[in-house]
Write a protein of this length. Structure first.
Lengths: 270, 286, 169
């Protein structure tokens, strides 16, 4: 019925401005949300079975995909790495290549991405659905704070599961690399493990990988829980929220990975 | 109500006696708006103890908003909302939660927790707010289920229940802690005739047996007139009529008549506001 | 899924995760071979450290006895000053030679220590006097070609190229 205003530059500027202010407002809301979740967290630990349940749904149910993906990634690393290393006569370094790539980068990052798509989206969908069917409102009317009972356990369940999953990914990846490198290709077993042990240091490599996975766990869990809580209470709203969780989590993982890698492995070369 | 010495019991009994004269719910000149869009204006209603009061109106007229204001989920722009003598919007979070423990709410489609069984759903408020031992909780849950006729369904999951059964379970959950006030959000919506009768009877019987006050938000005139004591009619954010069930049945007010008789056109118009029909049809395209 | 079954699976999961972390730390990484005692510091000056990196190993007779802690340029002598942190259990004589070596042709660069016969041992903060700088590959090749050219007309250009190639391998 009404004619739309012509799309002049003022229109686009206004849209840009409202997008930015909207985004900033959401960021501020998310920050307050995080503080509120942390505030209600002690309850999640006093009633440990709530958090344990979430560790089951986020961690245990992700095991299959994490372990299988880990093994395949390790196997591919071994195959590809061998071809390249052989050209420089350094094929005995295969163990180090596979181990360092996994422990430093691929373990935390790929496990994080898989976790975001499997567990993160499930958490968002579950919370969004509870919001749509008024279960969260019902809880509030029953004087039970949903932040303490529903949100915080899922938040911590994700944070606890993530480093374990990343470590399992790396471990199975190295095992896969061993299967291909030693059993299939025929590299000397002693060289494989020996070189690896000499080259992988616990302090910078393994612990930094663990720190990365913890940071990714916090990011993914927070995003998943927030998107679910903030979703529009309709079917469409829930599906939008789950998509946002996967997309924003993945971007956050990759961005944080870059920042952390720059910090952590800065001193590797003089 | 259980009265063991070492067990925490909801404080309903003590507070009830102190404000025995105050009506259960009192709204005075309440107005509310979502951002700029006004939803309620000048709402004044008094709900005495022990009565069932219906808030009726078409869809989107603000009935559910009134419930949210009573429950403290929303704050009014102006006016006062009092429950059991306390001003709800001014309560501290702890006091608000204490008040909510004395109220029960039945949501439109039950809002049962889908990851728990029927038994667990009803035990939920007991486990959250009391330290009652498991055996006692079990007995109480079975009693509540028996009151709504679903004791045999205790181990079913919400996904296995029909609409009417789910709503009955939600009702059992709402009375789990023997509240003093229950709010019903469209309890009759979407039910088959038998379930309608069941729910209506339960609302009336529980209200009288437990000595509680009930606020029913609905647009089902037929079922409401069978069980309620007093009705308020809301249209476009204002109260347009009120009266007892008999008064409403005999009222000659056009709005009440349109509502009670179910006329498609009347004070609530059939046509959504639009330009003149002739002009729209004859207008040139482009 | 009742609660005890869930608890069991969570327990299994957490146990597996911790086992993986321990596996990574011990079998993959060198946690146990890491010496927890802080060790003592020795300094060494070099004309050229070549490709020596931080945390490169310090080896004696092929055994890792420490790590390169820091490298800086002495502004007065324009020499590279490397700080080496050595495990406490290894003592080196005052006339130890520190040299920069490469393990293999393309391997990593490390500091090799050759102990001498001096009765006095180096203490924390001492300087290793005898040092041998890194062999820079380009200089080596250049030196070799120069020597070959100096040997004069005996060898033709073709033979020189063949010999140069022999080095590159």
């Amino acid at each position: 019925m009404s004619v739309e205003v012509a799309h002049g530059p003022a229109y686009w500027l206004r849209r840009l401005g409202s997008a930015v202010t909207g985004g900033l407002a959401k960021l501020g809301y998310a920050a307050r949300f995080l503080v509120a979740v942390l505030w209600h967290s002690p309850q999640a630990f006093r009633r440990m079975h709530l958090t344990l349940r979430e560790i089951y749904f986020a961690g245990v149910l992700s095991l299959v995909i994490i372990l299988m993906s880990g093994m395949f990634v390790g196997m591919v690393l071994s195959l590809q790495g061998y071809e390249t290393l052989k050209r420089y006569g350094s094929d005995e370094q295969l163990g180090i290549l596979v181990a360092l790539a996994l422990v430093r980068e691929l373990g935390p990052v790929i496990a994080g991405l898989l976790f975001a798509s499997r567990a993160g989206s499930a958490i968002t969908a579950e919370i969004g659905l509870m919001k749509t069917t008024e279960q969260l409102a019902a809880m509030e009317m029953m004087a039970v704070d949903p932040l303490a009972r529903v949100i915080a356990p899922r938040f911590w369940g994700g944070i606890i599961s993530m480093p374990l999953l990343a470590a399992l990914f790396s471990a199975f990846g190295i095992f896969g690399g061993y299967l291909v490198g030693v059993r299939l290709i025929g590299i000397d077993e002693g060289a494989f493990w020996g070189q690896m042990k000499a080259g992988v240091d616990v302090w910078p490599d393994v612990t930094n990988g663990i720190i990365k996975s913890i940071v990714f766990g916090i990011a993914v869990s927070l995003i998943a829980v927030f998107e679910g809580y903030d979703s529009k209470p309709t079917a469409e709203g829930v599906s939008t929220a789950t998509t946002r969780t996967v997309v924003i989590s993945s971007l956050a993982i990759l961005a944080l990975d870059f920042v952390m890698t720059a910090f952590m492995f800065r001193g590797a070369a003089v | 109500m259980p009265a063991q010495a070492n067990v925490r019991v909801p404080a309903a009994t003590v507070a009830d006696r102190s404000d025995a004269d105050a009506p259960a719910v009192e709204l005075k000149d309440v107005s509310f708006a979502y951002d700029v869009r006004p939803v309620l204006e000048g709402i004044t209603m008094t709900i005495p103890r022990g009565q069932i009061v219906a808030i009726m109106g078409g869809s989107g007229c603000g009935k559910t908003t009134i419930l949210r204001l009573i429950g403290g989920a929303l704050k009014p722009k102006s006016g006062s909302v009092r429950v059991a003598g306390q001003s709800v919007p001014d309560l501290e979070p702890d006091a608000l939660y204490a008040l909510r423990r004395r109220c029960g709410m039945l949501f439109q489609f039950g809002a049962l927790f889908t990851d728990m069984s029927v038994f667990e759903n009803i035990a939920f408020p007991m486990r959250e707010h009391t330290d009652l031992p498991d055996e006692l909780i079990r007995d109480l849950v079975l009693m509540k289920l028996h009151a709504v006729g679903l004791r045999g369904a205790a181990q079913l999951m919400p996904s296995e229940l029909s609409g009417g059964m789910a709503r009955r379970v939600a009702l059992a959950r709402a009375i789990a802690l023997d509240p003093m006030l229950i709010m019903y959000d469209e309890p009759f919506a979407g039910l088959d005739p038998i379930s309608l009768g069941v729910i209506g009877q339960l609302i009336r019987k529980l209200n009288d047996a437990l000595g509680i006050t009930s606020v029913v938000v609905t647009h089902d005139v037929y079922e409401s007139l069978k069980i309620v004591d007093f009705l308020y009619f809301v249209s476009e954010g204002r109260i347009v009529a009120s009266g007892t069930a008999d008064e409403v049945r005999q009222s000659m007010l056009p709005f009440v008549r349109q509502f009670v008789d179910g006329e498609p056109d009347g004070p609530v118009p059939f046509h959504y506001p639009a330009a003149s029909y002739r002009e729209e049809l004859l207008a040139r395209v482009g | 899924m009742n609660r005890s079954a869930m608890d069991l699976w969570v327990g299994v999961f957490v146990a597996m995760g911790i086992a993986a972390i321990i596996f990574l730390a011990l079998k993959v990484g060198n946690l146990l071979t890491l010496n927890t005692t802080p060790g003592y510091v020795l300094e060494a000056n070099f004309d050229n450290i070549g490709g020596l990196k931080l945390r490169a190993p310090v080896k004696a007779a092929g055994v890792v006895v420490g790590r390169v802690e820091s490298v800086r340029l002495d502004p007065k002598t324009y020499e590279a000053v490397a700080t080496l942190r050595i495990d406490r259990e290894y003592q080196f004589t005052r006339d130890t030679i520190a040299s920069i070596n490469t393990s293999g042709v393309l391997g990593e660069v490390y500091v090799g220590l050759d102990a001498g016969g001096d009765p006095v041992m180096l203490k924390n903060g001492d300087r290793i006097v005898k040092t041998q700088s890194a062999m820079v590959l380009e200089k080596l090749i250049g030196q070799f070609l120069f020597d070959k050219a100096a040997e004069g007309g005996k060898a033709g250009p073709g033979e020189k190229a063949k010999e140069a190639e022999g080095i590159k391998k």
